[in-house]
Design a protein around this ligand. Structure first.
Ligand code: COA
Length: 151
């Protein structure tokens, strides 16, 4: 098993893995679009695990200058419980530490007890936070046209 950075020929395999591993994903998370955006920002923090020439795992990380974040941590079902998820997370931690990131955050969907158990085994703690978000589609640099506001 080898962990390396994502390369463009991985797209179909990665998208298929995500559609399988994150079947609950909302419709606005289109794997191919998420991959394209990641390739424009810190593509060196996008990792795949390869086994026998096949993509069997992924982890997509980023550092915003304050915290690191990781998304799309997934291992194909038939390769789980063999240490691949752990190896991907260790690679992410190492890559973030090298560029000075002091803390790695991640989000887990409420009720994903197995994912919480996995991250706990890797030394992650649950922090009491309320996760908030706002979708930015429709915002232009001149202001929010949908709301008629200019900021
Ligand atoms: C979560 C996931 C990435 C784990 O990958 P994996 O390769 O099977 O994990 P590993 O084999 O590296 O396991 C690392 C540790 O976590 C533990 N672990 C893994 N899956 C677990 C589970 N479902 N329940 C409890 N513990 C688990 C392992 O026992 C291991 O512990 P150890 O180091 O003491 O032996 C994988 O199950 C997956 O892709 N799930 C679907 C997508 C998902 O939920 N992603 C995470 C949320 S964003």
């Amino acid at each position: 098993m080898n962990i390396r950075t994502y390369c463009e020929t991985d797209e179909a395999a990665v998208a298929a893995l995500w559609r399988q591993a994150f079947a609950y994903t909302p419709p606005w998370n289109v794997p191919e679009e998420d991959i394209t955006r990641k390739l424009a920002v810190q593509p060196e923090l996008f990792f795949v695990a390869e086994f026998d020439g096949e993509v069997v795992g992924t982890a997509m990380a980023g550092y915003d200058g304050h915290r690191g974040w990781v998304y799309y941590v997934a291992v194909s079902p038939k390769h789980r419980r063999q240490g691949i998820g752990k190896a991907l997370m260790r690679r992410v931690e190492q890559a973030l530490a090298v560029i000075g990131c002091p803390k790695l955050n991640l989000q887990v969907r409420a009720g994903s007890h197995e994912a919480v158990a996995f991250y706990r085994r890797l030394g992650y703690d649950v922090e009491e936070r309320v996760s908030m978000s706002k979708r930015l589609k429709g915002l232009s640099p001149e202001g929010d046209e949908r709301e008629g506001r200019h900021v």
